[in-house]
Design a protein around this ligand. Sequence first.
Ligand code: BTX
Length: 328
Amino acid sequence: LTTKDELLSRFLKANNEPISGQQLAEEFGMSRTAIWKHLQTLQEEGYTFETIKKKGYILTSKPDRVDPARISSFLKTARLGKQVHYYDECTSTQTIAHELVRNGVEDGTIVVAESQTEGKGRMARHWESTKGKGIWMTIIIRPKILPHQAPQFTLIAAVSVVNAIRSLGKSISPEIKWPNDILLNGKKCTGILTEMIAEMDGVQALLIGIGINVNQKLEDFPDELKDIATSLAIEADEKIERAELIAAILQYLEKYTDVYLKLGFEPIKVLWEEFSGTIGKKIKATTLREVIEGTAIGITEDGVLEVKLDNNEIKRIYSADIEIEKPL
Ligand code: BTX
């Protein structure tokens, strides 16, 4: 964090207690004028401070942003999110992450943006990233794995996001739709895109792109998404603190990555199946080659979906779009 961010983080953690200029000057090893200048910059960014006579400064309001200091004030991880690249607007956090990896980057670095002009879904589809309303982030991790293990991280990320949403304690119950969507009441609130940068001797980095609709109202969605998409705020009927959710996702992702590297995929598979809205349901899977209809019966060690056809034949699906049939 920069000094300005450290200062903001200090105020965010102060719980509305005033902090004196003298105290800050001592803590940060700089003059009171220098502290005051940093506070001015923060005011220009939308934070407001009040001066309380003889006591010091108090943070009175914060803009709705997910800047590094805000994330850091909630963060409890050892590796993930220690480095944050924050953008008000960017093309795609995935594109920026690719550049960062090319230039050498620390494990656990994240890229977060308030808005994306070219948000990417799978197969070059567009991902709608409304300004200031969602979480548009890429997490760069560098686990020691082989390329064929990379798709499992989409499932690890899905389990992490579901747990993070549940940890907010709102009355919403997210379900995972294989392989990479999270639904609330049957509508998509989250998409996950995992990309891999590999070399001859293994995986150099995984770029886990997570897009979550957090605080949109229905009218914020473009018409073509109104019937298929939703946000956490719509379903929970209240606004949600995005920085808190980011910190929770990073905490779960760190934990489950460690679990996976130590114990393998089995514990993740158990969690995934528990949160899955796909297993046991009648589905229609459209792959590049064919359309498969049947009952989803489980996922394999590799995160491959197994579907039982009407003639009892079992088909394995590696990549497809899934429609879950609603019960009549
Ligand atoms: P996907 O290919 O499974 O989903 C894309 C499809 O989802 C679109 O074709 C559209 O129908 C629908 N869609 C588009 N935007 C939204 C939205 N905001 N909410 C609900 N449905 C939508 C899913 O791909 C993977 C998305 C990853 C997005 C993250 S954001 C941070 C990172 N940066 C980046 O460019 N992509 C990832």
